[in-house]
Design a binder for this molecule. Structure first.
Ligand code: PBG
Length: 340
């Protein structure tokens, strides 16, 4: 059914600038709002204690040892940020061809989850990334065969183990970012089977093989290891219909919410998913997008605060419930508890 707009009176009876003429009126006519509750803060964990390692390609973002992560979690609670997303920088001697460190109950990720939950309890949610790339010696998200091809079904089995490991450590949202087929059904069945009935799954449903992930790979230490690309499992940036099929399958398999990634260049996908499925949609403003904003600021091409708020508001307008963004703490501080 085509929707018809109400007929507007012709100019000058209609002057669309009337409602824009003052700040109070603009505030009253805002169709979309951004609040700290719309933000998910991705954090990188590293070994040690009292460690902060700045990430050169992600200026302003650091890896933190577990104690620092706990401090960031408390900061997030104070800022009204409801959820953190954790990614480990696994020591190289713990990386292997099969990424088995992902299954270790004492791995960096599990220690960080437990420490946050011990310190903050239910004051904040912990979303954990499921994929093998921070643990493999080759930087791919799954298990590979002799030719380097990423195996689907064998990888799904490993991801189920990784998910249960994170669930046992206290993760609140399992977020598979690997793009294997059938992994949501397998993870959901395993969570139900082990009594974790209230652990959510936020599926990276439409994740594209993107050039915007470079700084993230530096942050988790996989950039130098990765040979080739991830195009046999991540989506072709040319495709939109296929994104809807990915989302449909992940929802049918038991995802509670879905994610589109990267963010700004893919807002058309966010809108299409929201319109079609009417489910909670999230987007990831990824590392390369963050770096672009910071580079623009450094070059004097724009004002950081304004760029941050405008881009995050654009995600909301496109239909996002929330955004994973490295600017989360900064944005929440700018908002100061008031919606923007
Ligand atoms: C890997 C993963 C990636 C990101 C999140 N999980 C990178 C990749 O697929 O290579 C990227 C996030 C970012 O760039 O900020 N499972």
């Amino acid at each position: 059914m085509t929707q018809r707009l109400p007929t507007a009176a012709a100019f000058p009876a209609t002057r669309l600038r009337r409602t824009r003429a003052s700040a109070w009126s603009r505030a009253m006519h805002r169709e979309t709002q951004l609040t700290p509750a719309n933000l998910i803060w991705p954090l990188f964990v590293t070994e040690g204690s009292g460690v902060e390692e700045p990430i050169t390609s992600l200026p302003g973002v650091s890896r933190w040892s577990v104690d620092g992560i706990v401090a960031r979690a408390k900061e997030a609670v104070d800022l009204g940020i409801p959820c953190l997303a954790l990614f480990p920088n696994t020591q190289s001697d713990r990386r292997s061809e099969d990424g088995r460190e992902a299954l270790n109950p004492g791995n960096l990720m599990c220690r960080a989850i437990r420490a946050i939950k011990d310190a903050c309890g239910d004051d904040i949610g912990v979303l954990t990334d499921v994929a093998l790339d921070p643990y493999t010696s080759h930087g791919q998200d799954g298990l590979i065969d002799a030719s380097g091809y990423v195996l689907n079904d064998a990888t799904v089995e490993a991801l189920v183990g990784q998910s249960l490991n994170q669930a046992a450590a206290g993760a609140d949202i399992i977020a598979p970012s690997d793009m294997m087929d059938g992994r949501i059904a397998a993870i959901r069945a395993a969570l139900e089977g082990s009594g974790h009935i209230n652990i959510q799954i936020m599926s990276y449903a439409a994740k594209y093989a993107s050039a915007f992930y470079g700084p993230f790979r530096d942050a988790v230490g996989s950039r130098g290891l990765l040979k080739g690309d991830k195009k046999t499992y991540q989506m072709d940036p040319a495709n939109a219909e296929e994104a809807l099929r990915e989302v449909a399958m992940d929802l049918a398999e038991g995802a509670d919410s879905v994610m589109v990634k990267p963010g700004l260049p893919y807002l058309d996908i966010v809108r299409a998913v929201k319109d079609r499925f009417e489910v909670p949609v999230f987007a990831y403003q990824v590392s390369g997008e963050y770096a672009m904003i910071e580079a623009a600021v450094a070059a004097g091409a724009g004002d950081r605060d304004a760029l941050v708020l405008e881009t995050l508001l654009a995600f909301r307008r496109a239909g996002c419930s929330g955004v994973l963004t490295y600017h989360a703490a900064h944005a929440a501080r700018l908002l100061g508890g008031r919606p923007y």
